[in-house]
Design a protein around this ligand. Structure first.
Ligand code: BG6
Length: 518
């Protein structure tokens, strides 16, 4: 892991225009061509291109690196370049964008744009995919930034065209975005189709949460410090909360979101990546397979969720951060009687010796009061109170909060003596913030992942067994929603979510941590 570059994971303002990503002594990735399917799409414009720009700025791409854009849209390389350049320019006007820079560094951006070419292709036509043969040779990464319904077809076409055959000294890799399947059965089918064309080692199933520095830091926290691991278990931990709430709604993505919903969009992927980092056993090395096997083992131990442990919600009209927001059912491409959930809270248990009986609560949703991605570990209360006038019930349990975003850091909440002649206790927070300790460079979170794929390190990518184990754990909730026709509980946009989510925890005397308005 030493030679890996360190990137900061979310948008942050650079200290100087065109500031470089910290490369921490890493060498440029090997010479390769990156073929992006979905070149005209939003992901490419808003995230992949800024990530390539940052990698170029950090000197982590080989001088012979090439980028081939593939899409149905009639474009040529010049037009594609202009389109990408104008999106990059937009970032300089919007400090709230995923990637904000005061000024685009012309040299770095020029480095990227000189390497672009474009192929117009219909993903469903074998003859179109075969055209790519003229454009690529040697090492190639095929990045599938396309709608999920095309994943299987594109990989099959690539396989049939012989484009996935690896030579003695050349690699052929495929990056597949999410959602990877829509339930266990479809994920298994997709795995089977993909693995009929390529080996598992060629497939990089991406989950952008793993590109976040603070998510990767969970491993450092747990395994590079001696103090946490001995208490990281059922004897000392009462319950765990995993939260990823957003203030934004579905925006222009109604057509994608309607058949997907919050559960499929966030839980078996992003939320379970956090869960596996928090709960896995220590791997015996940082070797990719050692880490992924521990994560897979953990995911396989997650007990399939019980329908009574699931609360689905949908936002009604309200006010978020001072702005009026329409109800989900009034968003474009959304049915007026939609039963899609925009919020979900679930209670999981893990069937192993470390975690038996400890509830893991997961919640995620849109149009909420605060944007907060965090894990809160609630430790058990001290067994008895030795302070006069202090009952055990009034002692606050310790919590450890891992702030993934937006305030990246960590807080340990403990109890201390309030100054004065009387023995009174007061809660205090020991807080660490990344920005206070490290020099952060701007990035979008895809830098590490693209670089890792180019160097062939799959540690941060999902293996087929991890994907299937995750779907297996949430499948009962999907099935129940389908069969029962239950309508999600409404919550007002800008609130903390549906009341049912609080009741889910209250059953065991637990409570969610508050959401902070930005
Ligand atoms: C995506 C989901 O995978 O993750 C979106 O499809 C969600 O619906 C996004 O908004 C959240 O990611 P981040 O990095 O903004 O927390």
């Amino acid at each position: 892991m030493d030679q890996k570059p360190s990137f900061h994971s979310v948008a942050s303002k650079p200290t100087s225009p065109g500031a470089r990503v910290s490369a921490a002594g890493a060498s440029p990735a090997p010479l390769a061509t990156l073929v992006i399917f979905g070149a005209h799409g939003d992901l490419t414009k808003r995230l992949l291109m800024p990530a390539l720009y940052n990698l170029a700025g950090a000197g982590l791409l080989d001088d012979g690196f090439k980028i081939v854009g593939v899409d149905r849209v009639e474009l040529d390389a010049n037009h594609w370049r202009d389109e990408l350049t104008s999106t990059m320019q937009e970032f300089t006007h919007d400090p709230t964008a995923e990637f904000y820079v005061e000024k685009i560094d012309e040299k770095n951006w020029g480095w990227v744009t000189q390497r672009l070419s474009y192929v117009q292709a219909d993903f469903s036509k074998p003859e179109d995919i075969a055209k790519l043969k003229e454009h690529v040779q040697g090492n190639v990464v095929f990045y599938l930034a396309v709608a999920a319904r095309f994943f299987g077809d594109v990989v099959e076409q690539l396989g049939h065209a012989g484009l996935l055959n690896e030579g003695e000294n050349a690699f052929r890799r495929v990056v597949i975005e999410k959602p990877y399947g829509e339930d266990l059965e479809s994920a298994k089918k997709l795995n089977a189709r993909v693995l009929a064309q390529a080996k598992e080692t060629q497939i990089f199933r991406i989950d952008h949460f793993l590109g976040k520095e603070t998510v990767q830091n969970i491993m450092a926290l747990r395994f590079a410090n001696g103090i946490f691991e001995p208490i990281w278990k059922r004897d000392h931990i009462d319950y765990v909360e995993i939260t990823a709430t957003e203030t934004i709604g579905v925006e222009q993505r109604g057509a994608f979101y309607e058949p997907t919903g919050a559960l499929r969009d966030m839980v078996p992927n992003h939320m379970f990546q956090l869960l596996s980092m928090i709960a896995m056993e220590p791997p015996n090395s940082f070797d990719a397979e050692a880490v992924r096997s521990e994560k897979a083992k953990l995911l396989q131990a997650v007990h399939p969720v019980r329908p009574e442990d699931v609360v689905r919600g949908q936002y009604s009209a309200g006010t978020v951060m001072g702005h009026s927001v329409a109800a989900y059912r009034d968003e474009p491409h959304v049915a007026k009687d939609s039963a899609t959930e925009t919020y979900v809270a679930l209670r999981f248990t893990i069937d192993n010796w470390r975690w038996g009986g400890v509830p893991f609560y997961v919640r995620t949703g849109k149009c909420l009061k605060g944007r907060q991605t965090e894990v809160v570990i609630h430790f058990r209360k001290p067994p008895y109170a030795l302070f006069r006038d202090t009952g055990v019930e009034s002692l606050l349990p310790n919590t450890l909060t891992l702030d993934i975003q937006p305030h990246e850091g960590m807080t340990l909440s403990i109890t201390a003596k309030h100054p004065g002649p009387k023995m009174t206790l007061a809660p205090i927070d020991l807080r660490f913030l990344y920005k206070d300790e490290f020099q952060l460079a701007p990035n979008v979170g895809y830098e590490t992942l693209i670089y890792d794929c180019l160097i062939g390190d799959p540690t941060l990518f999902q293996r087929a067994d991890m994907i299937e184990a995750s779907w297996a754990a949430v499948d009962p909730a999907i099935e129940h929603a389908k069969q029962s026709g239950d309508v999600p509980e409404f919550y007002e946009a800008g609130s903390a979510g549906p009341a049912g989510a609080d009741a889910l925890l209250a059953r065991e005397g637990h409570a969610w941590s508050g959401l902070q308005a930005p």
